[in-house]
Design a protein around this ligand. Structure first.
Ligand code: ATP
Ligand code: MEV
Ligand code: MG
Length: 299
């Protein structure tokens, strides 16, 4: 029996643009998905409290298929438990994929290194979704603050992080397809927006190294303006974003694919409670979280 867990994430900068090779920066957060694998039984059985997916666990099944390229897995039970809101921009699909591959790697002594697990998890997301960047799977495997496609790992950020959750679920695959259609229709216009988002992430690396959270927040706000231009913000997310800014956040934006799901604000730690309350009053729920260095771990 092996148990592994892997974290969710927030994007500071670069979602959507990263699908086109632009730079993005994301932080692992202290919400996690735990996967327990047990050999034996009769066939492959998956148990998860999340049962809404019409495709019935596509990420877990694809993750098992990837590991089956290395070892014969016939009889197996997989149990999943998670504190990451699903289909909400916090990387729940990456966390369940990374934790599954990590647990199988350990249980069947496949010998994959962390970089290889991250790559296999990325290929899993790519096959299930049709399009994906390596960001979510890389940050979930490595923890800390990551820069993609460079695959740099920096320490966790040390400011306050508040997440607003609209409770409106969305599908990453569908949002990525919508942005792609817009880009194909107006390649010159949307291409320029993608370039600008990439520039923000390039500036962001230096600011993160200097712990300049005020400037990081300023650029998160600029990034949000560009995400809005891509059409991925909904009114409920805008309410939460503006509530966070009005109550002293350094910056606030959508995290992940948009179309619903979550926004993220960064702030002085002392301001977290006030901002979380303001977000919750504007729409949906909110919670305070932390950036973590703990990526994929074996329990
Ligand atoms: N605990 C879980 N158990 C089983 N499947 C899960 C679990 N968590 C996530 N999933 C799978 O991930 C899918 C949601 O992935 P999706 O990429 O749309 O959203 P997300 O990863 O939460 O957000 P984002 O990709 O924007 O960060 C679910 O439909 C389900 O297939
Ligand atoms: C929208 C997107 O950029 C972020 C999803 O968390 C898709 C991806 O990077 O795979
Ligand atoms: Mg996902």
């Amino acid at each position: 029996m092996t148990i592994c867990s892997a974290p969710g994430k927030v994007f500071l900068f670069g979602e959507h643009a990263v699908v086109y090779g632009k730079r993005a920066i994301a932080c692992a957060i202290d919400l996690r998905t735990e996967v327990e694998v047990n050999r034996g039984g009769n066939g492959i059985h998956i148990h998860s409290a999340f049962k809404d997916d019409p495709d019935k666990n596509p990420y877990i099944k694809m993750a098992i298929k990837k590991v089956q390229q290395y070892v014969d897995i016939k009889n197996l039970s997989v149990k999943v438990s998670s504190t990451i809101p699903i289909a909400s921009g916090l990387g729940s699909s990456a966390a369940v994929t990374v934790a599954t591959i990590g647990a199988l790697n350990e249980e069947f002594q496949v010998g994959l290194r962390k970089e290889e697990i991250a790559l296999m998890a990325y290929q899993t997301e790519l096959e299930v979704q049709g399009a994906a960047s390596p960001t979510d799977t890389f940050v979930s495997t490595m923890g800390g603050t990551v820069i993609v496609p460079d695959r740099k790992v920096l320490p966790p950020i040390s400011c306050g992080i508040v997440v607003g959750h609209t409770g409106i679920s969305k599908s990453t695959a569908r949002m990525v397809a919508r942005v792609r259609a817009l880009k194909e229709k107006y390649p010159d216009v949307i291409g320029g927006i993608m370039d600008s988002i990439g520039c923000i992430s390039v500036r962001g690396e230096d600011l993160i190294k200097k712990n300049d959270y005020r400037s990081i927040g300023e650029l998160m706000n600029v990034n949000q303006g560009l995400l809005d231009a891509l059409g991925i913000t909904i009114p409920e997310l805008s309410l939460q974003i503006h509530a966070a800014r009005q109550h002293g956040a350094y910056g606030a934006k959508v995290t992940g694919a948009g179309g619903g799901g979550c926004m993220v604000a960064i702030c002085d730690e002392k301001k977290c409670k006030e901002i979380a309350t303001a977000i919750g009053r504007s729409y949906g729920d909110s919670f305070i979280t932390r950036s973590t260095s703990e990526g994929l771990i074996i329990k």
